[in-house]
Design a protein around this ligand. Structure first.
Ligand code: C5P
Length: 405
């Protein structure tokens, strides 16, 4: 039986050419036994008729907040309470902008600002529109709020160009919805406090210059958000990133490895688990300049010293029952001796990834990683979104804490 059977789905359709695929998407959701309300924006009705969606969903289509004939004041609340999952497909640049900014100026955005259940978007638009910084920023803000994305694919677009922006196929969206309903039904981390480190650190050379790295923080933030959705109290200790603060999470902002170490050590004892995702600088300048080093004095000779190892510090203090998961980032696979590293830091699981592998680059929304446990068993889930990989890692964490290690 599908996890969609008997579930209440709100299907939002916005005004893009991919709206023609939404009819089939609705059909597939119904085939799987879901109960579907459709809400269309005014622009969506230029691409596909409400009659088509009404026939497929077997319900009246939600179009306007204030229909001339049948105004019901709190209808958006009744339907948002009913909704167990909202899927907006296609999600246009305009809709994404309105939703990211919390606007509620039509029926669909009003419904979405009222729902408390998961929301999934399938963006679709021209490649240049998709890559526009405003659209990317809005998508990032929505991800940080826990909105799930079914990313567009590359291919021939309606504007006769080839590039990223094609809406994911209805079958892919249905599969993502099934997975999400399985995951969001789980509150297997309720009662746990999970510490997550994320992002890069910055080590001062002088008051102006720093040593840092290319970590975006996306993986750590995805894990923090997924753990919070699964019921955990999450403490996210983050180095400097461009990411917005995730909702419902205790965020501790730090800059240097030493600050991250201090923040982690002050909290670890009360945590059920710690996940070290941060790309902590391995070295810092032993004596940073008190003033900006003058260019005229020539290139400085920097004497570096190691930073404290945060995971190893927690590993040394680990009580029975506490779980620690680390990440290992190696651009040369031959150099990655994961099991040795896992044992040296007293970890339960090591997630090994390579930012030079195709699809797993720094800043990417995907990751192709290996999950290696203390027995040396290797799980290779393949290229996943960071959200999906976050859930895979948390599945392992949940199995450890439930004693089925
Ligand atoms: O030993 P290596 O740096 O490859 O290990 C990577 C893992 O260790 C990551 O999980 C990272 O967050 C953590 N780490 C740490 N403190 C450091 C360096 C790395 O916790 N100073």
């Amino acid at each position: 039986m599908s996890s969609l059977t008997g579930r209440h789905i709100l299907l939002g359709i916005t005004g893009g050419i991919a709206a023609y695929k939404s009819a089939y998407l609705c059909r597939r959701l119904k085939d799987k036994g879901a109960d579907v309300w459709v809400s269309m924006t005014k622009n969506a009705t230029h691409f596909i008729t409400p009659l088509t969606m009404e026939t497929l969903s077997e319900r009246e289509v939600l179009l306007e907040m204030f229909p001339a004939t049948r105004y019901v004041g709190t209808r958006h609340i009744d339907i948002s309470d009913w909704t167990e999952l909202s899927i907006v497909a296609p999600a246009t640049a305009n809709f994404i902008g309105r939703y990211a900014n919390g606007l509620a100026d039509d029926m669909l955005t009003t419904l979405l600002i009222s729902v408390t259940s998961p929301v999934m978007l399938a963006p679709a638009m021209n490649t240049d529109m998709y890559n526009h910084p405003a659209v990317q920023e809005n998508l990032q803000r929505l991800r940080a709020r826990g909105v799930h994305m079914v990313d567009p694919t590359s291919g021939l677009l309606a504007c006769h160009t080839v590039g990223v922006g094609r809406m994911a196929e209805p079958e892919t969206i249905v599969a993502a919805a099934e997975l999400l309903l399985e995951q969001s039904g789980r509150h297997d981390l309720t009662g746990k406090t999970i510490l997550v480190t994320a992002g890069p650190t910055q080590e001062a050379i002088d008051p102006v210059r720093v040593i840092t790295n290319r970590s975006s923080g996306k993986m750590g933030y995805a894990i923090a958000t997924a753990a919070q959705q699964r019921g955990a109290h999450v403490i996210l200790i983050s180095g400097p990133t461009m990411l917005p603060a995730p909702a419902g999470i205790e965020l501790v902002n730090v800059t240097s490895a030493q600050e991250m170490f201090n923040a982690a050590m002050a909290r670890f004892d009360t945590c059920s688990a710690a996940i070290g995702v941060a790309a902590v600088s391995d070295w810092r300048v032993a004596k940073p300049g008190l003033h900006k080093l003058a260019k005229a004095d020539g290139p400085p000779e920097l004497h570096l010293e190691p930073t404290p190892d945060i995971l190893a510090g927690m590993g040394a203090r680990k009580r029975p029952g506490q779980i620690i998961i680390g990440f290992a980032l190696e651009t040369d696979p031959a150099r990655l001796d994961s099991v040795t590293k896992l044992r040296a830091k007293n970890l339960d699981l090591l997630v090994a990834n390579n930012p030079t592998a195709p699809g797993s680059e720094f800043g990417s929304d995907h990751n192709d990683a290996l999950l290696i446990d203390r027995e040396g068993h290797v799980d290779r889930p393949g290229l996943l979104t960071k959200q999906d990989l976050a859930h895979r890692i948390l599945d392992r964490l949940a199995s450890f804490t439930n004693g089925s290690k």
